[in-house]
Write a protein that binds this ligand. Structure first.
Ligand code: NDP
Length: 323
């Protein structure tokens, strides 16, 4: 196994990771960033991004991630293909006990500071038609893609707070929203349930499962089944949203870093510090609420600044040892 030591290791390559890399590189932290299994993250599977400030005409998600990557490279960030498969965080880190990460099971990196920006992955129903039409009318983000379906009929699957919130968002844009709920009740908070139940253009279909999303080049409908009566219906929708939860990509850190009940990394209020000194978390891996590219980028900036301050304290400790 090969081995190296770095000042700042960034794990993950969405807007959070690349922004952290831009700031860390400009602060002479010589960041090394590993892109993970999906370089560019969730935005590489969306189409147009219209809500990221600075792109007045909108931008394709993959293009925006290439722009962020180029900007990070321009300042000298070392951006590499590779998946961090294992970590070992030091409880009492210092120069003699750095944090450790293994890349692709064959390369060891020790690091003075680590920024986690591994994001979260949307959960999907697992239907072949859902995968085939992903980005062609099937989406896991109403705030990102709802605009493309204004004045049209859409469906959204899920019954939690996210689904209720996104259904309300879509109801403001679309002619009609079908909310597909698999049980006879919703999980969302009472307030959010009230909101969707009273919206004139949201129709809630309880005890309903999606059998297939229809269409070739784009969505033309969804075949759903009432699990009580067995009746099948085709909903004439052109957009199909899935809001059945997200899974933060934090499994490899859970032995060290404090996570909440849903697996999101807990950071100190107002900072990106985790419970481990020298380990910082940003983006969707620690954000269960906003989950936007711009908020991820904002926390990426915070993580680099927090890591920079941390590295200064390490240097001061070194100087005390020398004197
Ligand atoms: P949740 O896990 O709370 O809800 C997921 C929903 O998806 C459930 O209703 C579940 O159904 C349904 N579901 C899961 N799998 C399937 C499937 N295969 N087919 C159909 N339906 C399925 O996720 P959320 O993203 O909604 O929320 C995550 C957390 O974030 C929660 O704690 C929530 O309260 C919080 N949140 C808070 C917000 C706020 O305060 N404004 C906004 C958004 C989220 P079932 O109920 O049958 O299990």
């Amino acid at each position: 196994m090969t081995s190296e030591h770095v000042k700042c290791l960034i794990i993950g390559s969405g807007p959070a990771g690349y922004t952290a890399a831009i700031y860390a590189a400009r602060a002479n932290m010589n960041p090394v960033l590993y892109q993970g299994g999906q370089p560019g993250g969730q935005l590489t599977i969306t189409t147009e991004v219209d809500n990221f400030p600075g792109y007045p005409e909108g931008v394709q998600g993959p293009q925006m991630m290439q722009d962020l990557e180029s900007q990070a490279r321009r300042f000298g960030s070392d951006i590499r293909y590779g998946l961090v498969t294992q970590v070992e965080f030091s409880e009492n880190p210092g120069r003699d006990k750095p944090h450790r990460a293994i890349v692709d099971d064959n390369h060891e990196i020790t690091a003075d500071s680590i920024i986690i920006s591994t994001g979260a992955s949307a959960k999907w129903l697992g239907l072949p038609s859902e995968m085939r039409l992903n980005g062609l009318g099937v989406s896991a983000c109403a705030v990102c893609d709802g605009f493309f379906f204004r004045n049209q009929e859409v469906a959204i699957v899920g019954a939690g707070d996210t689904a209720a919130e996104e259904a309300s968002y879509l109801a403001n844009l679309c002619k009609k929203v079908y909310m597909i709920v698999r049980r006879d009740e919703m999980r969302a908070s009472r307030f959010m349930q009230q909101r969707v139940k009273t919206a004139p253009n949201i129709e809630i279909l309880y005890n309903t499962e999606t059998q297939e999303i229809l269409g070739d080049e784009g969505v033309t409908g969804a075949r759903v089944k009432n699990t009580v009566t067995g009746e099948e219906t085709v909903l004439a929708v052109t957009g199909f949203f899935v809001a059945i939860g997200h899974k933060p990509n934090t499994d490899i850190f859970k032995a060290y870093v404090d996570l909440d009940d849903h697996g999101y990394i807990i950071t100190e209020k107002g900072s990106t510090r985790t419970n481990i000194p020298g380990v910082f978390a940003c983006g969707d891996a620690q954000d269960n609420v906003y989950r936007q590219a711009i908020t991820a980028a904002g926390t990426g900036c915070m993580a680099a600044l927090d890591a920079e301050r941390y590295l200064v304290t390490l240097e001061m400790q070194d100087q005390e040892v020398v004197h």
